[in-house]
Design a protein around this ligand. Sequence first.
Ligand SMILES: [Zn+2]
Length: 284
Amino acid sequence: MACKRCGGTGSIPIDHMTVQECLCSYAMYLKQTMDKEILAAPAIRVTPFYDPPEVDFTKKSHMIKVWWDDLLPHLRRILIKKGRKFRLKIVTDEHLKRVWLGTESYKAKQASQSEDTPYENLADLIGERYDLVIIRLGFLGYKNVAMPGILLEALKIREVACKPTWLIEEPNSPWGECHRSYSIEVAEHIQRRYPSLTYKGQERTAPPRGVDAKPKSPVEDVALEDMELPESIVAPGTVLSDTKFKPKLKPKSHDNMVESQDSVVDRLANDKVLCSAKKKGRRS
Ligand SMILES: [Zn+2]
């Protein structure tokens, strides 16, 4: 049945010079472009992550502790309100690793034979064309010696482009020395530049993911000959972050959002919050 607003044309004349896009056209656009799991999330009318003009977390980098399923309705709301120009990219740490290793593999093949296969590198995957990149942590099946450096490289690509990144830490994949993407270097970088916040949604339980029972040194090295070119697939996933949060201020009317350490000074002053690894061991 044709839309009653626009008669099925998708636009509504404002005057003889201008037309406005009809809601039906925009709804169709969202349906075609939104990730399926975001589209299927429950509709909500307010979100503490985006309430312009005062609140817009999409413009700043954060480490967010939240269950992915609890975040989806908020992403849905944000995408609806942001409009057509807003570009969101969601990846997992495992996907970053796969692309990085694929790029290295491609370079190795290029060196040995003249192959002209297109490949995707990290800058293609999460570069400046995206207004917001969400990296879900905790998807590695095993510790990889290159992973913390890959994660750090991805973050720096975004920082150089002056574009925000959310790191998502799910409660069953706590960020710390047992995490398979963890190193002291990347943890310190995140501590300095990615203010932590926790979104308290539903009570949930899930088996641990992307973490080892106890810290162990990397066992898998980068073996280029075993690699294949990356697939252009985004693996579904979830994320995680650091272990302690110091509640500092509550955004208005957002009872389940706790923001902490939003200045570098505060974070440096609370250095103990960072990685238990510093205390526990490797350096002592
Ligand atoms: Zn219409």
